[in-house]
Design a protein around this ligand. Sequence first.
Ligand code: CP
Length: 306
Amino acid sequence: MYHAISTDDFTRSTVERLIRIAEEFRVSPRHILRARLQGTLVATLFYEPSTRTRLSFEAAVARLGGNVVGAENARENSSAKKGERLADVFRVVGAYADAIVIRHHENDEIAAALPYSPVPVINAGAGSGEHPTQSLLDLYTLWREFGRIDGLKVCMVGDLKYGRTVHSLLRLLTRFSGIRVTLVSPAELALPPSLHRELVDAGLELDVADDLDEALASTDVVYQTRIQRERITSELTAEDEEDFAILPRHLPILAPTARILHPLPRVNEIHLEVDGDERAAYFRQVQNGLYIRMALMDEILGGVLR
Ligand code: CP
């Protein structure tokens, strides 16, 4: 049984295989795709809000001919409200569905309950820890925009402490060669030191910079992130946040071939006027999420069907 719980579940060759399948699915006729997962049922359990991840997983399964049942706002609207443990939820939902896609507010709960699931489990975001399938779509976007992932210079901006997409992407980037990463964040939202050490030990070239303009001038990729106000306790003002926003004045600084990515949702950290620039790749990134999640669900549920 194949789970997708953390970036540890993905080797470089798994990522490359999923990208190949996503590219095939992008151009496959709808009626061919609809036959692939016919008869399967996926449960989506979201204990934290989501637009992209939940809907793209549900759309992915539906486009492949499978069905979806789900609990949105599961903290309030499921028996979690009565104190039910996640291990029991996995046992129960695993009796109904062929796979479970889950977003949870705690970093480690999904992994802790995993042994109790009789079906594959896919982590759709766990607290401030990991969001491995977002990283798949981020890497797929880099591959589509640059034709390669190796050798890219990546500037990570914003909330590097609580941004689970940042944590997972950095971990997956260690699978590739010649990647250089510059980290730019408010001091109180810097990358957790233990993760910084883990990444350096894994061979990732990491720099910390204070000057956003300087970092932008020499990067291929800007990976902008939202300040996660729902998780932070410090008094970060709107003015502080603006120091880390991508503004129209930054566009001339960026290389003509650079790309701006963002896992979304965006609040104020990318000015709306930036959207019209060809280098703004974040809405293309969203669509890549559909195809890479189709590829992932096909790989996981294809095994269930066989
Ligand atoms: N990128 C992302 O995880 O978005 P949602 O929170 O809308 O799922």
